[in-house]
Write a protein that binds this ligand. Structure first.
Ligand SMILES: [Zn+2]
Length: 252
C-alpha cells in the first residue's frame, strides 16, 4: 500500500510511527545540561581528526560502528580499520552499535535488523573480547516500531536524529540528535541549540560522519567541528559520551 503513496506522505507516516509507537519514556533528571558528540559509521577521519580535536579539549565521543563496513570506502568516506578500533577504546571513547551491515532502519525487517545487531556484537567480541555495545544509532532512516521494541531489550538507549535537543522527558528508544552536516557550515544553528540546551538543562546529542577539509556531503570540516567543540566546551554543559551522559539523565 505504501508503495503507491507519494514519498513525502510515506516519510511522514514513517517518522510519525517511529515517534509515537514502542516508546520507553523517562523523565530527565540530570542536574547539569549535557552535550554528547557522536559519529555515525566511524570513518577513519572521525577518529584521527575529530577524535584528536575532542582529545585536545580533554573530551571523548561516541562512535557508532558497523563492523561489516570496516576498511571499506563508503558514501561517508573510508571506514575505520581494526587499529582505529583499538585506538578508540584506548582513548576512552565509547563504541556504539550501528548494525553489522549498516541496515536501513525502516526497510529492514525487525528480525533481520536484530540479527545484524547480534552479528555486530559477535564481530566486536572476536576483535576485543569483553567489549560490548551499550547504545545504538539507527542507520539511514527512522526505525519501525517493532524494531524499537526489540532493541529496547538490548540497549540502554537508541539514537536517531530530528535536528533538536532532548529536554524534560525522552524516549530511550529514540533519543533526538542534531546532524552538523545539515547546518552547511552555519555556526548560528548549533550555537543557538547549545544555548537552548544550557538554558533548559537539556541533553544535546551532536552527530556527524567524516571530518575532513574535503569532506563528503555527510561530514564537515575540521575548522567547523573545532568551533562547535569550542562553543560546547565554553557553554557550561557537561560533555561526555552517550552512555555516560545517560547515567546523568537517569541519575543512576
Ligand atoms: Zn550510518
Amino acid at each position: 500500500m505504501l508503495a503507491t503513496l507519494p514519498a513525502r506522505i510515506v516519510g511522514k507516516y514513517q517518522r510519525t510511527s517511529a515517534k509515537y509507537f514502542s516508546r520507553r519514556m523517562i523523565t530527565m533528571r540530570n542536574e547539569s545540561p549535557l552535550i554528547s558528540f557522536t559519529f555515525d559509521d566511524f570513518p577513519e577521519s572521525s577518529l584521527r581528526v575529530g577524535g584528536a580535536i575532542l582529545k585536545g579539549h580533554g573530551l571523548a565521543g561516541t562512535y557508532y560502528a558497523s563492523l561489516g563496513l570496516m576498511g571499506q570506502m563508503t558514501p561517508t568516506g573510508l571506514i575505520f580499520s581494526p587499529g582505529d578500533l583499538k585506538a578508540l577504546l584506548d582513548d576512552g571513547h565509547e563504541l556504539g552499535c550501528h548494525t553489522f551491515a549498516h541496515c536501513d532502519s525502516w526497510e529492514t525487517t525487525p528480525s533481520a535488523f536484530e540479527r545484524s545487531v547480534e552479528e555486530n556484537q559477535t564481530a566486536l567480541s572476536r576483535l576485543h573480547s569483553g567489549a560490548r555495545f551499550a547504545t545504538l544509532s539507527y542507520p539511514i532512516t527512522c526505525p519501525r516500531p517493532e524494531t524499537k521494541l526489540r532493541l529496547s531489550r538490548r540497549f540502554e538507549c537508541c539514537r536517531f536524529g530530528g535536528q533538536t535537543f532532548n529536554v524534560g522527558s525522552l524516549d530511550l528508544n529514540l533519543v533526538a540528535a542534531h546532524f552538523l552536516e545539515k547546518d552547511r557550515g552555519d555556526g548560528a544553528v548549533i550555537g543557538n541549540l547549545i544555548e537552548q540546551t544550557v538554558r533548559n538543562r537539556g541533553w544535546l546529542v551532536i552527530a556527524t560522519h567524516d571530518i575532513a577539509d574535503e569532506h563528503t556531503p555527510y561530514g564537515c570540516t575540521p575548522a567547523f567541528f573545532e568551533s562547535v567543540v569550542r562553543d560546547a566546551a565554553r557553554s557550561g554543559a557537561v560533555i561526555m559520551p552517550v552512555a555516560d551522559a545517560l547515567k546523568h539523565v537517569l541519575r543512576v
